[in-house]
Design a protein around this ligand. Structure first.
Ligand SMILES: [Mn+2]
Length: 341
């Protein structure tokens, strides 16, 4: 029997990370479309059940168009059972917004557990592990939205604990018998949701489970961290970013978060780079985590360390200001044991 485990789709999210409101709206539709595509994949591949483990919607405000599309998808696939628990975001808004709850939408409001008799598979929702009373003879799937302590869910006859809440794929063992898994979200929504996103396809045969992560997102958000201590100016940094994004083969349709670290001269034109790479990729976000040489010099003047002593010594010289900054930059790197080219 094939199933799909997904969670945290966050339909109708505001997507404030995209300053371009046109793109934010486009991404909202892309997230919805990825969800619809996943259901199409399920229908084509004989998937019998889709487990939606909370945060299907981003908030209690759900647009009529989105509820209509999601509702029609469920009704239009009567051979698929949609098991749904709410998350901390939408709470009970989904079920109240539906004109009627379709028969194949299993909501756990009236009953806590469903069983496929032929396969001996159960699907149960739990708000706490102490509620569970599962037969060791069945293949038991449990749905939960939130943070878990794996130890608390051990020895409960759980075979697969399908989790939602964390937006990244994460899994592990539940004692000898079962596994827990956060499927992560279907699409990264913000620059804090980098990497591959998708759902988990489950194949259960003769009591054995084979889970496979399926990449599903339309666009990936990439994180690129660059130590720019060697960089002398904006042109240098531009080349560094360009080389790194080329090396990683980041497609132009994707989003990129660039984190700059290390020491930097003070005359970098970040806005130019934001503009340039914002045009090369779907969206770009540059995080400046660098230490400015000038600020560091100011702070270290009163430092009793060897570094402070070194900086004071250089500052007393009658060399030109930019030469002093360069000597401080290279000297402090050398004191920290960094390779200087
Ligand atoms: Mn969530």
């Amino acid at each position: 029997m094939k199933m799909i485990h997904c969670s945290d789709i966050h339909l109708d999210a505001v997507l404030s990370c995209l300053s371009d409101t046109g793109k934010a709206e486009e991404r909202r539709n892309e997230i919805l479309l990825t969800f619809v595509r996943m259901i199409r994949y399920a229908a084509k591949n004989g998937v019998k059940a889709i487990l939606i483990v909370g945060d299907l919607f981003d908030s209690i405000r759900i647009s009529p168009a989105t509820i209509d599309i999601v509702g029609k998808c469920i009704i239009g696939n009567p051979d698929i059972d949609f098991f749904y628990i709410s998350g901390n975001h939408e709470r009970d808004a989904f079920l109240s917004a539906l004109p009627a709850v379709p028969e194949n939408l299993k909501t756990f409001t009236d009953k806590k557990s469903y069983r496929y008799d032929e396969e001996g598979i159960t699907v149960t929702a739990a708000s706490d592990p102490s509620e569970l009373n599962l037969s060791p003879a069945d293949f038991n799937i449990v749905l939960y939205h939130g943070t878990i302590r794996p130890n608390a869910w051990m020895n409960k006859n759980i075979d697969y604990l399908a989790l939602g809440h964390f937006h990244e794929l994460k899994e592990g063992a539940l004692g000898q018998r079962g596994r827990y898994c956060y499927s992560g979200c279907l699409e990264g929504r913000g620059f804090d949701e980098c990497g591959e996103k998708g759902f988990v396809r489950l194949s259960i045969k003769n009591g054995l489970l084979e889970p496979v992560f399926m990449q599903a997102s339309k666009r990936t958000i990439h994180e690129v961290t660059l130590d720019i201590s060697e960089v002398k100016g904006t042109g240098d940094l531009d080349i560094l970013i360009s080389d790194e994004t080329d090396r990683l083969r980041i497609p132009p349709d994707d989003l990129v978060k660039i984190v700059l670290t290390g020491r930097t001269p003070d005359d970098i034109n970040i806005n130019y780079l934001k503009k340039k790479y914002g045009e090369e990729f779907y969206a770009v976000h540059i995080v400046d985590d660098t230490v400015s040489v000038r600020n560091e010099t100011e702070n270290a003047r009163y430092d009793v360390s060897l570094k402070g002593e070194f900086i004071r010594m250089v500052m007393e010289k009658s060399w030109p200001e930019n030469e002093k900054q360069e000597v401080i930059r290279i000297g402090t790197m050398a004191l920290e044991g960094k390779v200087i080219s």
